[in-house]
Design a protein around this ligand. Structure first.
Ligand code: ADP
Ligand code: MG
Length: 591
């Protein structure tokens, strides 16, 4: 006896629903996409109880006639493609013909549609679990209204699996963001439990971003624009200091469709390298337009993942266009010492009035005024190269010196941190990371200087490599020479160095070159900025003071000043936090 049977439609639809409809936000996505495909100018989304009781989408699009309304909720019914070749020239959001059938099979659904003018006769259909219960003529507006009630009413296990209203609403809002951002030429209204959450009128992309993410996002945006034969990239990224702990403001829209793509995300992340901390995510709103036949959208039921023919090239274009814009639009936070502005940095300063220590100290600070006469402060140009451990003093002596010089109050903790005060609290600075940042920016600048100083070595240093290593090192030869390196020989198996950058510690030469070889990245991507970036980073790493080095108070002071003169004093070139402010508020709380 044959045991193989064709599954009844209702079961097949429920199985498909498992893929397409995971939660109320999936319903929101599918219905909004259908309304967009219908050419609507205004779309209204109404939900109750985070979509668990009701998801309703009202549009003013082309609507459906009687026949289409009777068919639209069958499986694999679509008006959007006719043959498989259409799959490669898709301009619509939907095409699989699965959404309405899947949603209908797990809810109470009603659809009202009218292809004619407002207040004329249209049609209404009601379905329970995908079965037609009623078909009516009804006076209605032009367009389509789909209401989905009691999602998963017939699959208690799925219904119980839903999260709290808060969590489900968050998913819906995320979906709404994705759709309303890219369809900025459509008016959107979003009402939850009778509260209007969004009322967005038709606008340009930038304005839509600002309307959704608030007025404060205006100053955070950096425009991105790049046009090549393979892809056109446009949109915005947030300045690095506005990076966030979550990925909720990361948007790629490929041919007007929101997509997730870890490869492209990596491209953006690397464009921000050295500008943000490792545990933060850059925010971006990027439109990538590629020829319709160069992508495959059909690889996932909810179509948020796509395949590119040219993903390596798109990666490179994306990364370089963002790097370019970050460089062009001064990425540094506006550190206006006199203005008590909210810097809104992503670190400890967030949502707090932040003052930067550089000028924010009390010139008159001198509790020993009556005991010691202040010593005249001779300004001498300090550089951090000529450190001699004998210069190091114990903390007590350091503090005394602060008082004597009537200078910037700072002291060193554990030969590792510099602590200083501001009007709003205490700043703790990681000295090594601070110094790396200072040097990194200095080296980057020197790379574009015409002439740079050289430090000639008393005894040339010879290093052995294999031929492949030599081939890689050849790539950095020119920029290193530019930075003061002198190579006596660049042989197939060794190099001999007789001059180095004056800041580099001679003992670190070998390690520096080993590190260049470890970072093969520069070999793959011949973009100049990447190479320069790497050189500046590694040179900073091997030229900086260590995290166990006593430095006198004068050096502490210039380190602090130099740090806050940096373009981005927040993070080290390796993405590590440099300083933390402990606010007065926090200190008061302790007591
Ligand atoms: P798909 O969108 O993949 O075609 P759906 O199941 O989402 O499949 O929708 C089936 C069909 O129903 C669509 O192809 C379209 O013809 C019709 N339809 C659905 N929603 C609307 C709407 N809001 N306005 C007009 N037609 C619609
Ligand atoms: Mg659809």
């Amino acid at each position: 006896m044959s045991i193989i049977k064709l599954l009844p439609d209702s079961v097949a639809n429920q199985i498909a629903a498992g893929e397409v409809v995971q939660r109320p936000s999936s319903v929101v996505k599918e219905l909004l996409e259908n309304s967009i495909d219908s050419g609507a100018k205004t779309i209204k989304l109404i939900i109750k109880d985070a979509g668990k009781t009701l998801v309703q989408v009202i549009d003013d699009g082309i609507g459906m006639n009687k026949d289409d309304l009777k068919k639209c909720f069958f499986r694999h019914t679509t008006s959007k493609i006719r043959s498989s070749k259409d799959l490669y020239s898709l301009e619509t959001m939907g095409f699989r013909g699965e959404a309405l059938s899947s949603i209908a099979s797990v809810s109470h659904m009603s659809i009202i549609s009218n292809q004619d003018t407002n207040d004329s006769l249209g049609f209404e259909i009601k379905l329970d679990g995908g079965e037609e219960k009623l078909f009516n003529e009804i006076i209605s507006s032009k367009g389509t209204t789909i209401s989905v009630k009691n999602l998963f009413f017939n699959i208690p296990a799925r219904r119980n699996f839903l999260k709290s209203d808060n969590v489900e609403l968050k998913h819906i809002i995320d979906e709404f963001h994705r759709i309303s951002l890219i369809n900025h030429e459509i008016n959107f209204i979003f009402i939850n439990n009778n509260n209007e959450l969004f009322n967005l009128s038709k606008s340009i992309f930038k304005e839509r971003i600002i309307r959704i993410f608030g007025n404060s996002s205006k100053q955070k945006l950096i425009p991105i624009s790049e046009e090549t034969d393979i892809a056109t990239i446009s949109g915005f990224v947030f300045k690095p200091e506005y990076s966030r702990k979550t990925r909720s403001t990361q948007f790629f829209f490929v041919n007007n469709r929101f997509i997730k793509n870890s490869h492209l995300n990596h491209a953006v992340k690397t464009a921000y390298e050295g500008l943000i901390q490792d545990n933060l995510y850059p925010s971006y709103f990027l439109k990538i337009n590629v020829p319709l036949n160069s992508i495959d959208v059909n690889i996932h039921p909810n179509k948020t993942e796509i395949k590119f023919d040219n993903d390596q090239s798109i990666y490179a274009i994306l990364k370089s266009s963002i790097k370019h814009s970050l460089g062009q639009f001064n990425i540094a936070p506006t550190i206006d010492f006199d203005n008590n502005i909210n810097l809104n940095t992503p670190y400890s300063f967030k949502n707090r009035e932040a003052s930067i220590p550089k000028v924010d100290y009390n010139q008159a600070f001198n509790p020993f005024e009556n005991l010691t006469s202040p010593v005249d402060l001779k300004t001498k140009d300090f550089d951090f190269t000529n450190f001699d451990d004998s210069v190091g003093q114990d903390h007590f002596k350091n503090e005394l010196e602060i008082l004597k010089t009537n200078s910037f109050p700072s002291f060193q903790l554990k030969s590792k941190y510099i602590i200083t005060k501001t009007s709003s609290g205490i700043v703790i600075i990681n000295q090594k990371r601070a110094h790396q940042r200072i040097l990194y920016e200095k080296f980057l600048k020197e790379l574009s200087n015409k002439v740079n100083p050289i430090q000639t070595l008393l005894f040339p240093v010879k290093l052995d490599f294999n031929s492949e290593e030599i081939r890689m090192l050849k790539l950095i030869e020119a920029p290193l020479i530019h930075l003061g390196f002198k190579f006596n020989a660049f042989e197939p198996e060794n190099i001999e160095i007789s001059g180095i950058h004056p800041f580099l510690n001679q003992n670190n030469i070998n390690e520096l070159f080993q590190d260049f070889l470890k970072n093969k990245d520069y070999n793959q991507d011949n973009a100049v900025h990447t190479l320069n970036d790497l050189i500046a980073k590694l040179l900073a790493k091997y030229s900086s003071i260590s995290s166990n080095e006593s430095i006198n108070v004068k050096l502490q002071e210039s380190l602090v000043n130099d740090l806050f003169a940096c373009k981005d004093p927040n993070v080290s070139p390796f993405g590590k936090l440099i300083f933390k402010l402990i606010s007065l508020e926090e200190i008061i709380k302790i007591f």
